[in-house]
Design a protein around this ligand. Sequence first.
Ligand SMILES: [Mn+2]
Length: 299
Amino acid sequence: MFSSTKRLDQAYKNAKIIDFDDSCKFILFSDCHRGDNSFADDFANNRNIYFHALKHYLKEGFAYCELGDGDELWENLSFESIFNAHKNIYLLLKVFHVNNKLHMIWGNHDMVYRDDEYVKKHLSTYFDHQTGEEVPLFKDLKYHEGLVLKHKTSGQELFLTHGHQADSWNFLFWKWSRFLVRILWKPLNIMGISDPTSPAKNYKELIKIERRTKKWIINNNNLFTIVGHTHRPRFPNPGEIAYFNDGCCVHPRSITGLEIENGAISLIKWLIATKEDGTLQIVRVLLEGPRKLIDYKTN
Ligand SMILES: [Mn+2]
């Protein structure tokens, strides 16, 4: 219990601060688990939905914040295979980055990004097979354990992190988990048997992680906190414990995220819907909000 408190303290203390005001827009996604497009790639089912949503947010002037587990680096050994499977998506994320609107947080499945040298080595360029040259990708990108969005006038802080700090097994023994996923759960996953150490698939564990995180939030004066990791979207009302969760991008047929716009927050979902004439279209559905951020402010 004490250690998850310490780890959350640490993530908050080391968070990168981003100043914002009511004219700023942010889209928060996490737990994309982008893979290699094989049968074990849970993201592959939603890639078109996610790509369309990103294009929408880019056009509308949003900044992109990813709250961990963006790349599935347990099942996959290298970023290169993931990049080649979802190149259109990375080239779109590159546009956010070039516009200074890409803010990345590492989770347990991409904890290797804690190491700046690793990020530099694998993410700063990619190999273009047509020209035979290295092309810039995420030049000078830095991954963080946490971000704090700090409102310029109200001083209100929104703390963003992956949330596995409250999950000791996945924080401390991630290398073990990664090993088990690679040799055991990836092949079993294809046959429909899931990894029991994943909080997304273990309800009792999920509840414990939420409880520890909420306790930390209460001890920190109900700090506005947004996490992912458990894959379960959460959207409290003002006056309740300020525990937000953006869900994930590997729901069976949809992705969920949190939008911050006009000083308010909303929980949204993108999915494929069938039109009257039988054609399919990707639509955005508002699930919760918009709720004014200021209504959650504590002193
Ligand atoms: Mn996670």
